[in-house]
Design a protein around this ligand. Structure first.
Ligand code: NAD
Ligand code: TYD
Length: 347
């Protein structure tokens, strides 16, 4: 099998690539990534020389390039993760999200449609998406696969649009596809613009911890390797034209999560308890901030037998240890473009 993974140098993509390369030596894994600010080949250093792994630097918005690699390699399956993925950036520059998340996805769909038109057997277009497409929950209820789409940010609107295109290519052209919508991930290699890695980095550096609004927003957190395991399962066992919701059964209000993180970090850094909590600063809220996300993951659990393998405490411990042991990684990604973004965003 020749499998194209897009966005494989990013946070989740790198865990997916590693898992596929090391688990399935009989497959060749082709990683296509534009290496934007969020893509980093250091994430894959340990497997870069594997015989069944190949990297292409390229942009999914570039139609000719996408068609060229399809023509040359005739992929059997695609696991599509490449995206602009940060809500705050989408508020500042929605068009970048339209380009990569919508046009880029349609380019991949067109290539799959064209090159699989005579033989769809065994082919699969797997679109990795987010629970944010469902919008915001109130205090109660969970997102199921039947929840209607109500995206509130330019990011979630672009992901919702790409989900619809994938579904439409299944209906209109018979393209074999599967979609999954996952809750917030955390873990090693997480780019420090998102809540958990940003706050770990700021605690290490003694910088303030900018909590948006009153901090009472709720997210459902999943360890990234558990998401990669779910992606492996859905790619191999997921039914054609189905959607699977993936989540951690693990809801936290931001402020409670931040306080837990502060406690764990004080302990790890041998600082007196309460040191990191003093860094918490309530700042202006994010516009259109979704109140609560929570996933009902019973379908993937019942039909495919998936469940998270680590508790939140175990996952956070692994994550914190990784960041403390990989300070150079953190230093490399927090210089340059990122520093500029950070100054503009939080000054
Ligand atoms: P990320 O921002 O860490 O990585 C995205 C990767 O895509 C980077 O390597 C980047 O270089 C690459 N990329 C961006 N634009 C590209 C383009 N035009 N052409 C080729 N490559 C491009 O994102 P992530 O957090 O790893 O998310 C991966 C996928 O999972 C996304 O589709 C996202 O919507 C989805 N998702 C993320 C989460 C989460 O909590 N992070 C949760 C659910 C779903
Ligand atoms: P984030 O990690 O950006 O993920 P998403 O918006 O996709 O859920 O944010 C998680 C939560 O943390 C969200 O409610 C926004 C909040 N947040 C802050 O309070 N401060 C920050 O500096 C960031 C980046 C996020």
């Amino acid at each position: 099998m020749k499998i194209l993974v897009t966005g494989g140098a990013g946070f989740i993509g790198s865990h997916v690539v590693r898992r596929m390369v090391t688990t399935y030596s009989e497959y060749t894994i082709y990683n296509l990534d534009a290496l934007t600010y969020a893509g980093n080949l250091e994430n894959l250093k340990d497997i870069e020389k594997a015989a069944n792994y190949k990297f292409f630097k390229g942009d999914i918005v570039d139609e000719a390039f996408v068609f060229e690699i399809f023509k040359e390699y005739n992929f059997d399956g695609i696991i599509h993760l490449a995206a602009e993925s940060h809500v705050d950036r989408s508020i500042k520059d929605p068009l970048a999200f339209v380009k990569t998340n919508i046009i880029g996805t349609v380019n991949l769909l067109n290539a799959a449609k064209e090159f699989w038109k005579d033989d769809k057997k065994g082919k699969k277009f797997y679109h990795v998406s987010t629970d944010e497409v469902y919008g915001s929950l109130g205090a109660n209820g969970l997102f199921t696969e039947e929840t209607s789409y109500q995206p509130n940010s330019p990011y979630s609107a672009s992901k919702a649009s790409s989900d619809h295109f994938v579904r439409a290519y299944g209906e209109t052209y018979g393209l074999p596809y599967v979609i999954s919508n996952c809750s917030n991930n955390y873990g090693p290699n997480h780019f420090p613009e998102k809540l958990i890695p940003l706050f770990i980095n700021n605690i290490i550096e003694g910088k303030s911890l900018p909590v948006y609004g009153n901090g009472k927003y709720t997210r459902d957190w999943l360890f990234v390797e558990d998401h990669a395991a779910a992606i492996d399962l859905v790619f191999h066992k997921g039914k054609n034209r189905e959607t699977y919701n993936i989540g951690g059964f693990n809801e936290w209000q931001n402020i409670d999560l931040v306080k837990l993180l502060c406690k764990l970090m004080d302990n790890k850094l041998q600082r007196s308890l309460g040191t990191s909590e003093k860094l918490i600063a309530y700042v202006k809220d994010r516009p259109g901030h979704d109140l609560r996300y929570a996933i009902d993951a019973s379908k993937i659990s019942k039909e495919l037998g998936w469940k998270p393998s680590v508790t939140f405490e175990e996952g956070l411990e692994k994550t914190i240890n990784w960041f403390l042991e990989n300070k150079e990684w953190l230093l490399n990604v927090t210089s340059g473009e990122y520093q500029d973004y950070y100054n503009k965003m939080y000054s």
